[in-house]
Design a protein around this ligand. Structure first.
Ligand SMILES: [Zn+2]
Length: 411
């Protein structure tokens, strides 16, 4: 089987520490060894070597939240503080586009992601086009089929199509997941249907939750901002019976929270919510620049980390962000949270992402037996701290390997 030695000035090791003068021996799709270069060379002479120079070797970045099909729509959507206006605009535009456009849009998003060091993505896909787009691409993906149905009619009409998609064969690179869209766009009946799939097939479940503060009032009382929005869409059931609790308690009562549940955003998680999330081992996916895009303030990152929650990172899509670069998300955290260390930021973007999708024994780490998902970030000559330098504006991804195959190289 093919062997390759990959080296650079610095390497992020399995303990999250930076090592100098280390290398990685890749055999086929897997890391055979990561360690001091002398040790690597002693076990594999006459092997092809790739030296990436003044760069940091890091595990591939895991983007825990995206909607790749929306990539090309980015420039056509207007930034606004009024969330439901934005939802309306995105929904109308997406529904007006044909599948070929959305496949191309997804391909564009995958190419941008790989060039930015993303090796795995959790992709909310509503149109069902992701599989076609991803077939030709090396990226790993959880295709989280996005489910939107608040009323019974839409749910009944949508179910056959969803079941059909869930029958697609999975592969080493792509697996199914389910993405009930949000607490204000999914009925209890739909969420119970998702729970049955979760139990039967152990899917990753990903859901926008507490992205917006009005979700609480809607679930507690059935009134307010989202009541008016659903009424405007004509899909508010006359007999809608709000659960009378906030979204986190509601999802927990349904048995949905826990391992392999990705609570996306969590912008308005309270201390009580955080305790429920922590107790179940749920992942929270923070989307730093999407949070900023909607002018939200004070993300509870420090409280989440202090509570020991598995916090992963996501870009969200190009309709609420300026790029699909995870490195830029990481830089945003670095520049805005003095108390969060570069080591923690890299862990959120790698190991925590792997844990979010139940792949912590395979992805997110440069160590023996892990998948050879490796990136190199070229470092500016700034300090002797490679992780800090990797988060500086001048740093950029120059190499992306996925499963032992070079997917991107720009040196
Ligand atoms: Zn999203």
């Amino acid at each position: 089987m093919d062997k390759t030695i990959i080296t650079a000035d610095y390497l992020l090791d399995a303990q999250g520490k930076t090592q100098k003068g280390w290398g990685i021996l890749v055999r086929g799709a897997v890391i055979e060894k990561a360690g001091p270069l002398n040790d690597i060379l002693s076990v594999s002479q006459n092997t092809e070597a790739v030296d990436l120079g003044r760069a940091l070797l890091s595990p591939g970045l895991i983007n825990c939240h995206n909607h790749l099909e929306l990539t090309a729509l980015g420039p056509r959507i207007h930034r606004t503080k009024i969330f439901t206006d934005w939802l309306d605009e995105v929904r109308e535009l997406r529904d007006s586009l044909d599948d070929d456009y959305l496949v191309e849009s997804t391909v564009q998003g995958v190419d941008e992601s790989i060039a930015a060091g993303v090796t795995t993505v959790v992709d909310h896909c509503k149109s069902g086009t992701a599989r076609k787009a991803l077939e030709s691409k090396p990226v790993r993906a959880i295709i989280a089929h996005e489910l939107i149905a608040f009323d019974r009619k839409t749910f009944a009409e949508s179910k056959p199509g969803w079941k059909e998609r869930l029958a697609w064969p999975e592969s080493e690179r792509f697996r199914h997941g389910l993405a009930p869209h949000a607490p204000y766009s999914t009925s209890k009946e739909l969420l119970e249907w998702v729970k049955r799939y979760k139990d039967e097939r152990d899917f990753v479940i990903s859901m926008h939750t507490l992205e917006n503060p009005h979700e609480v009032e809607f679930l507690e009382t059935g009134r307010g901002y989202f009541h008016d929005f659903l009424e405007h869409l004509g899909i508010l059931q006359d007999d809608f019976d709000p659960p009378g609790v906030g979204p986190v308690e509601f999802l927990n009562d349904l048995g949905l929270l826990g391992k392999k549940f990705i609570l996306v955003h969590g912008n308005y998680l309270t201390d009580e919510d955080i305790e429920i999330v922590r107790a179940g081992g749920t992942t929270v996916c923070y989307c730093p620049r999407s949070h900023h895009y909607f002018y939200h303030e004070n993300y509870p990152l420090k409280n989440l980390l202090k509570a020991g929650i598995n916090v992963a990172l996501g870009t969200d899509s190009m309709v609420s962000n300026w790029s699909l670069s995870m490195l830029e998300e990481m830089r945003f955290v670095y520049e805005n949270y003095e108390a969060v260390s570069p080591e923690t930021i890299f862990r959120m973007a790698t190991r925590n992402g792997a844990r979010a999708i139940g792949e912590e024994k395979k992805l997110g780490c440069l160590a023996e037996g892990y998948a050879a998902d490796i990136i190199a970030i070229a470092l500016p000559q700034k300090s002797d701290n490679a992780l800090k330098d990797a988060l500086s504006p001048e740093a950029k991804t120059i190499f992306t390997m996925i499963g032992g195959d070079t997917a991107y190289k720009n040196m």
